[in-house]
Design a protein around this ligand. Structure first.
Ligand code: SF4
Length: 295
């Protein structure tokens, strides 16, 4: 069985920087992280082991120093923490910050904000957390809510202005499909889309497309809560591969690879190199003839 490794996979700069910041803070003294630093169980365990306290709610923060996660946080939450006397450190990825700025710019220019993303995901909660009103869409049917509210996109003798951005880890192809559907279903609206899908997500999706051409099975290494890992798994299946998402080598099962000649390996943006290597070595050890080749 050949093990083919995606040309772009694994941890992105935003996650690496967040881990460095967290580990540095734990060496200085007690620190509380508001949520999971990133969506990978190994990374969360590493930061927990270094002494960081993890809480879900602002009112649970009991240390002076608090760290906000890579997924971004609403300004009102930051203000709440500062007013409570906390020293706030922010691990928000610059590309998430860019999405916040894009959305704020659209709102400032009079566009009604529409976010393409998973409602309830921490990044999306941060994106919309300072808005009085907005609509989050992910499925085709979600556009019904825009149509119910704005009709064809012409109200009070003027075109409705809809400003769209995306959660950074959504697949660009799907995002563009949804933007097009909004344009078609509200043909009289002025629809402005700012592409906020991050480059590491685009790179990993593109290299998976190449990988899938040469593989029957794809293994995606990523935590169960990692949106971009889940999207890689979905894409591999759409491309006709059998795909398995695992958090680590311990979840792999030999029977998945019975009779398989070529398996592809990719990983989400929060997966540590060590975990990817363990999965690769497990796959290579599955039969003694195994070889790893670039995708
Ligand atoms: S996946 Fe993209 S937005 Fe998220 S931390 Fe990595 S680079 Fe930043």
């Amino acid at each position: 069985m050949k093990v083919r490794v995606a040309s772009h996979l694994g941890m992105c700069f935003g996650v690496r920087d967040a881990i460095d910041l967290a580990m540095g803070l734990t060496q200085r003294g007690p620190v509380t992280i508001l949520g999971d630093l990133v969506h990978n169980p190994d990374v969360v365990a590493q930061v927990d082991a270094a002494g960081a306290i993890r809480v879900r709610q602002v009112d649970e923060v009991a240390t002076r120093t608090v760290l906000l996660t890579a997924h971004g946080t609403a300004d009102r939450v930051k203000l709440q923490l500062r007013l409570a006397g906390h020293e706030v450190h922010d691990a928000t990825c610059p590309l998430v910050h860019r999405a916040h700025l894009a959305l704020a710019r659209l709102v400032a220019e009079g566009y009604y904000p529409v976010v393409i993303g998973q409602a309830g995901h921490v990044e999306v909660r941060g994106l919309v957390g300072d808005l009085e009103d907005c609509t989050i869409i992910l499925e085709d049917a979600d556009i019904d809510r825009l149509v119910e509210r704005f009709g064809t996109g012409f109200q009070n003798n003027q075109r409705v202005k809809l400003g769209l951005v995306s959660q950074t880890t959504q697949p660009l192809e799907r995002v563009l499909e949804l933007v097009e559907q909004v344009r078609q279903r509200l043909p009289d609206a002025e629809v402005r889309f700012l592409d906020t899908v991050c480059q590491p997500t685009k790179d990993r999706q593109a290299s998976l497309r190449e990988l899938a051409q040469a593989c029957e099975v794809v293994v995606v290494v990523g935590g169960p809560d990692s949106n971009n890992s889940r999207k890689l798994t979905e894409l591999a299946r759409q491309l006709g591969c059998r795909a398995y998402q695992v958090a680590g080598a311990g979840e792999l099962k030999p029977e998945w690879f019975a009779g398989v000649e070529s398996v592809g390996l990719t990983a989400g943006t929060s997966t540590p190199d060590r975990v990817i290597d363990e999965v690769r070595l497990w796959l290579e050890a599955l039969n003694s003839c195994a070889t790893s080749v670039p995708a």
